[in-house]
Design a protein around this ligand. Structure first.
Ligand code: AMP
Ligand code: ZN
Length: 471
């Protein structure tokens, strides 16, 4: 079978590139920036981990072995990217009346439970920043020996202007920054310089602090990802990912310090998930403390997998707008999908016929195109409606597609009766379709027929009108 190779969008080159492994590298060295565990993960954060899970599953679908490393940021970093502000872990401890260590442990577990509920595959390695202080100090020492650091009264800083490619990754206008209005950068030599090690204040013991060759303190945030990814995956990664907010500062700084330390390319591919947006944007900020969690969705009666399905309906590089209406739609679609798949649970078989092969190829082609999950979902829906396939073939294709989509479709769940909401939704679509037919807008009418099909509805047009039934 000739199949399209996997193409992924690389932020570093701003283009889709074919993904292959270098000679002699047996598995994909994949690193994803993990959560700062001072609070619950919000559903925006979870969208990014769902994208990374789609990536991991897709790599495996294309035959790659994956070594997937995710870090837990349990060192208390400061609320701003500029190495200023309050310590997040200490904020979490104050808010909850627990110790920073208890806070870290509690939110780490809650985060891992969220991922399980979303059917996200467990990473090969979870690593904690506090378990890798030695590695972080070693990296800073290396940078110091090579002359990339300087000392101020509050820490050791990376001298970003000494790395000529510093601006390349995020396309930063360094000259503009040089000539622009001077912002308060304290003792930093240049605004893009960043802390590698911060000293503890002289008058106060911090909740988390360590000895170092420079004095008691704690590592800067960016250092942990470079040190841990290199410790678990080596000096060059195949793919490094995170949310788009990390491009400008966090990943730019990771590249600078890693490449200056090793003299090697740090990551071959950089992939970034776009943000989930809510009408009230503040609600998606973890430090504001007022945001939507998976637990809130569950309390409102949503299956976590409906949130997974919702996130798959848009491409990971597009903004996704959250609304309760969109969640209701996802819930209805998931129930419909489960109903349609139910007859194939426990059915054995292989996808051997030419038709079955074609469905598989179509699905693969969409995933190969930078993980086009919404189109791949469309293939699943249309395949289920293909009456030329045998049951065993359908079951095999569902298994195959779900290994990528991760909707756990072949797990038996109790199905609710069709709700009044569902029926109202179907009738609204039928009316819309009738209007399209009256206007002789056949393309729209066909589109609406496909939408109805994904809800598990089959329609019959006759001279007396349109009738429908659940499939
Ligand atoms: P944090 O715990 O704040 O370090 O964030 C964890 C992950 O969530 C990072 O990869 C962020 O880039 C990502 N992230 C933060 N906010 C959002 C959002 N609204 N939508 C999608 N991803 C986000
Ligand atoms: Zn990171």
């Amino acid at each position: 079978m000739i199949t399209k190779p996997l193409f992924l969008y690389n932020t570093a080159t701003r283009s889709k590139e074919q993904f292959t492994l270098p000679e002699g590298v047996p598995e994909v060295r994949l690193y994803a920036c993990g959560p700062t565990v001072y609070h619950y993960a919000h559903i925006g954060n979870l969208r990014t981990y769902l994208f990374e899970d789609l990536l991991r599953r897709s790599l495996e679908y294309f035959g790659f072995k994956v070594r997937h490393v995710v870090n837990i940021t349990d060192v208390g970093h400061l609320t701003s990217d500029e190495d200023e502000g309050e310590d997040k872990m200490e904020m979490g401890a104050e808010r909850t009346g627990k110790s920073v260590w208890e806070v870290a442990d509690f939110y780490t577990k809650r985060f891992q439970e969220d991922l399980k509920l979303l059917n996200v595959l467990t990473p090969t390695i979870w690593c904690k920043a506090t378990d890798h202080i030695k590695e972080q100090i070693a990296l800073i020492k290396k940078l110091e020996e090579k002359g990339y650091t300087y000392r101020t009264s509050d820490g050791i800083y990376f001298d970003s202007l000494k790395f000529p490619r510093y601006a390349d990754f995020a396309r930063i206008d360094i000259n503009g920054l040089k000539s622009g209005a001077r912002i308060d950068q304290g003792e930093k030599r240049f605004s893009t310089d960043f802390a590698l090690w911060k000293f503890s204040p002289k008058d106060r013991k911090r909740a988390m602090e360590w000895d170092s060759p420079w004095g008691v303190g704690f590592p800067g945030w960016h250092v942990e990802c470079s040190a841990m990814s290199m410790a678990h995956l080596g000096e060059t990664l195949d793919i490094h990912c995170g949310g788009t907010d990390h491009i400008r500062v966090h990943h730019t700084n990771e590249i600078a310090q890693s490449e200056c330390a090793t003299g090697k390319q740090f990551a071959r591919f950089w992939m970034h998930g776009e943000f989930l947006r809510e009408s009230n944007l503040d609600k998606m900020s973890k430090s504001s403390g007022d945001f939507l969690t998976l637990e809130v969705l569950i309390k409102k009666g949503f299956d976590p997998i409906a949130y997974r399905l919702f996130s798959l309906t848009s491409h990971y590089r597009n903004y996704l707008n959250f609304s309760w209406e969109a969640m209701e739609n996802a819930k209805i679609s998931l129930t419909a999908l489960r109903r349609r798949v139910e007859p194939f649970i426990g059915v054995d078989g292989e996808a051997k016929s030419v038709d079955a092969h074609e469905w598989s190829l179509k699905f693969r082609e969409y995933i190969a195109d930078d993980l086009n999950s919404s189109a791949a979902l469309g293939v699943l829906n249309l395949m289920l409606a293909d009456s030329s396939l045998e049951n065993g073939e359908k079951a095999a294709l569902i298994r195959e597609f779900d290994s990528v989509l991760g909707l756990n479709l072949l797990k038996r769940v109790e199905m609710p009766k069709h709700s009044a909401d569902e029926i109202a939704k179907v009738e609204a679509f039928i009316e819309e379709r009738n209007a399209a037919r009256v206007a002789k807008n056949w393309a729209e009418s066909d589109r609406l027929r496909d939408v109805l099909l994904t809800l598990g509805v089959v329609i019959k047009d006759s001279k007396d009108g349109t009738s429908w039934e659940w499939k």
